[in-house]
Design a protein around this ligand. Structure first.
Ligand code: PMP
Length: 407
């Protein structure tokens, strides 16, 4: 029996034999999200904040309500501290640029971990280079967890930023955010958490996490592409200069100076992406209806099943900690078969996985591989997806075991 939740997702419902195992890259979208966006455009579309007419007021309310719903879902008591962006990449660049250029100086240190996606690595690296600061990469344990003892030894009074992911996209490691934040706090460093793989899969509870910034992407959590957010602490956001300039983000503009609007508008220059915000709010309501504890438990069960079954296939190596320390990600290599070849064979069997460096080249280098194959699960995945994955990998093993001439 297929997971009944597939019926909520038009693309999956229309393709009963499709095994979509690339949700860490982007999730499928439930009908409620598509309907909410269509409803907004059909009934309430206007440029918000600007018009003095009822339709524009309604658009403003939809945008405002969407922010409130998403903030509630992520455990943020003050919705004005949730800024809409295009997604995690833009959110992290916003912090590294707006906060970074105002606060990082020569001799300072910025620490990231070897698990990071390029979006939480390169902006900090480039900021450090531009400001003459030291860029430090915290090492990992042998099972791809952040080495907390090493982090404790690395931080010092020179450390101004510690940036790390909530969950690794490449190997699925769930980081102990509060413990890492405490290590950074002990030296007064800014704590930045990349939640691209956190928000879709587990209960975030921003206000209890004790981080200064948390970045996320809507498209990985059942929402549309092109929207995500940055949650920040009010005092830091208020002290920080704007990232972009233009409409909506100003208070007064004079020839000789300008002043800035209040939060969140100060960081949302230009016409906002209302329909996608409405869609993302519907996605949060959908996930809330399942319950994030159940989302994680479902993914973990499939991760454990897949990891166990892959362990019986000759030549497979799975990366990362045991399934209880991962989200719904199974990252692996198979003998000397290139992950791209594996992905092609799996695709021919209706199984969609990702192969590559997963935008985590520093991690791949440490693993001693150029790429891995990655299967990732979500709310609509089921045991039949695992069966199909295992069957297709077995076919690949047989195919590649044959002499090249007979292929
Ligand atoms: N960080 C992590 C951990 C991710 O998985 C991703 C997306 N693969 C990003 C950052 C970047 O997210 P986006 O492309 O949505 O900006």
């Amino acid at each position: 029996m297929r997971n009944p939740r597939r019926a909520d997702f038009p693309l999956l419902a229309a393709n009963p034999e499709l095994h979509y195992l690339d949700s860490a890259a982007t999730s499928q979208k439930p009908r409620v999200v598509l309907d909410a966006m269509r409803d907004y455009y059909e009934r309430d579309n206007a440029n918000p904040h600007r018009g003095a007419y009822d339709l524009s007021v309604r658009a403003t309310e939809r945008y405002h309500d969407a922010r409130a719903t998403i903030a509630r879902f992520l455990g943020v008591a003050d919705p004005d501290c949730l800024l809409f962006t295009r997604g995690t990449t833009e959110s992290l660049n916003l912090v590294a640029t707006a906060w970074g250029y105002a606060n990082i100086n020569a001799g300072d240190e910025i620490i990231v971990t070897a698990l990071e996606h390029h979006a939480n690595f390169v902006p900090w690296q480039q900021l450090a280079f531009a400001r003459g600061a030291r860029f430090v990469v915290c090492p990992l344990t042998s099972d791809e967890r952040v080495d907390l003892d090493a982090l404790r030894a690395l931080v010092s009074s020179r450390t101004k930023v510690v940036a790390f992911s909530h969950v690794s996209n490449a190997v699925g490691t769930v980081n102990p955010v509060q413990e890492m934040a405490a290590i950074a706090r002990a030296v007064g460093a800014l704590v930045v958490c990349d939640g691209a793989q956190g928000a879709p899969h587990l209960r975030v509870g921003f206000d209890a996490l004790d981080v200064d910034f948390y970045a996320f992407s809507g498209h990985k959590m059942c929402g549309p592409m092109g929207i995500g957010g940055l949650i920040g602490r009010r005092d830091i956001l208020e002290a920080m200069p704007p990232y972009q300039f233009g409409g909506d983000m100003i208070e007064f503009v004079r020839d000789d100076h300008s002043t800035w609007n209040v939060l969140p508008h100060k960081f949302e220059a230009g016409t906002p992406n209302v329909a996608d915000a409405v869609g993302l709010a519907a996605a949060c309501t959908y996930l809330d209806g399942i319950g994030m504890d159940d989302v994680l438990a479902h993914e973990r069960a499939l991760t454990a099943l897949a990891t166990e079954r892959l362990s019986h296939i000759e030549g497979i190596r799975v990366y990362g900690p045991p399934p209880a320390g991962r989200s719904g990600v199974v990252s692996f290599t198979m003998s000397d078969i290139h992950p791209h070849d594996l992905a092609t064979i799996l695709d021919q069997n209706g199984v969609c996985i990702r192969a590559g460096h997963h935008c985590a080249q520093p991690l791949m280098r440490r693993l001693g591989v150029s790429a891995t194959a990655r299967a990732s699960f979500y709310v609509y995945s089921d045991e039949r997806d695992v069966d199909a994955l295992v069957l297709a990998l077995d076919k690949a093993r047989v195919l590649f075991a044959e002499p090249a001439t007979s292929r």
